[in-house]
Design a protein around this ligand. Structure first.
Ligand code: FES
Ligand code: FES
Length: 157
């Protein structure tokens, strides 16, 4: 039986009717028009569908929409409402992505990391994006861009 749930998406409360087996990724994309979470493996392996749920990165292909009822979701669309974040600027500067399919998930995973650890080690950076597959870049320009945000923060204090 369908149920109406409310998701606070990028700061805006959105009511949506979902079925008991509807996946959060599908509801975001098909019912709410939020297209940045990508459909990849749909089994938790690639991280293309990553969103932040109450600030924590999760794979939206593994979560039922009803489990997210009442929770806050941040997607790439919500990060850049007031312009690109320093992290997004850094990814651009370092030409971190090629096809860009992995980018929304990696931006969100790295956003979570930098919110928790302003100055992460290289190991922590690698760990934070270990669930996000990128077929194009070899990860080096991605890791460099995240580290550059940390370094810039050090210089500014
Ligand atoms: Fe969700 Fe791959 S589509 S982890
Ligand atoms: Fe193509 Fe990462 S830039 S998958």
């Amino acid at each position: 039986m369908n149920k109406q749930i409310t998701l606070t998406i990028n700061g805006e409360a959105r009511a949506v009717e979902v079925g008991p087996t509807d996946i959060l990724l599908d509801v975001l994309r098909e019912k709410l028009g939020i297209k940045s979470p990508k459909i990849g493996c749909e089994r938790g392996d690639c991280g293309a569908c990553t969103v932040l749920l109450d600030g924590k990165s999760v794979r939206s292909c593994l979560i039922l929409a009803i489990e997210a009822d009442g929770h806050k979701i941040t997607t790439l669309e919500g990060l850049s409402r007031n312009g690109l974040t320093p992290l997004q600027e850094s990814f651009l500067k370092h030409s971190s992505f090629q096809c860009g399919f992995c980018a929304p998930g990696i931006v969100l995973s790295a956003t979570e990391l930098l919110a928790k650890h302003p100055h992460p080690s290289e190991e922590e950076i690698k760990e934070s994006i270990s669930g996000n597959l990128c077929r194009c870049t070899g990860y080096k320009p991605i890791i460099e861009a995240i580290a550059a945000v940390s370094n810039a923060r050090r210089k500014s204090v």
